[in-house]
Design a protein around this ligand. Sequence first.
Ligand code: AKG
Ligand code: FE2
Length: 251
Amino acid sequence: MRAETDAAADAARDPRQRLCRRIAGYDWDALAAALDADGWAVLPKLLGARQCAALAEGYDEDARYRSRVTMQRHGFGRGEYRYFRYPLPPLLQTLRESLYPRLAPVATRWNAMLGVDDAYPDTLDAFLARCHAAGQTRPTPLLLRYGAGDYNCLHQDVYGAHVFPLQVAILLSQPGRDFDGGEFVLTEQRPRMQSRAQVVPLQQGDAVVFAVRHRPQRGARGFYRVNLRHGVSALRAGTRHTLGVIFHDAQ
Ligand SMILES: O=C(O)CCC(=O)C(=O)O
Ligand SMILES: [Fe+2]
């Protein structure tokens, strides 16, 4: 009896179990409807302030990462990011593998709407096995760091033939306290129309789920593809960290 109570108490304190419960607690039907309508949706307070700070502070722990990218050098913007190496830190691994099965049904439905006859596997492991068999073996989760004047140009995170159509970004810093400016921006381009921009309102710990490349939009003759890009507007001051969770691995 005593041992059981202790085990339950330990489980309640285990950050990975807490995170799984947090993810299970969102209204995934409503989120799926928002993703269908807009191509993005917010998961409020996915991470706590201390978890955010710990991840951001880990930016300089070299052993966690496989590479560092200076955005200016590639014309990607200004600022830098680092790709994690395998094995991912436990909290990040839990995030990636517990978010995946919530998003896979949306991804499969989007394929069906667009006439693509391909279902996504139920588990992250099974999806990654596909990526790995095709030579996409390098982990894509990343940590980004921006200072005053830094920004991220509009882009799409495609790293090979195998693409999971949704990705997640978690804001690790608090707007107004840690930084100013630096807003998460999405643009949509519909065939024969000019681009439309949306700013996604995020607080520290909030996650945005969004389409990697395109989302299905109902038209007069079935569904068509709306092209999406994401980026970050220039910071006016301070420092901003983001955790990026991409589900496909890279070539
Ligand atoms: O810093 C951000 O909010 C955007 C990061 C990003 O481009 C990504 O997670 O793919
Ligand atoms: Fe990105």
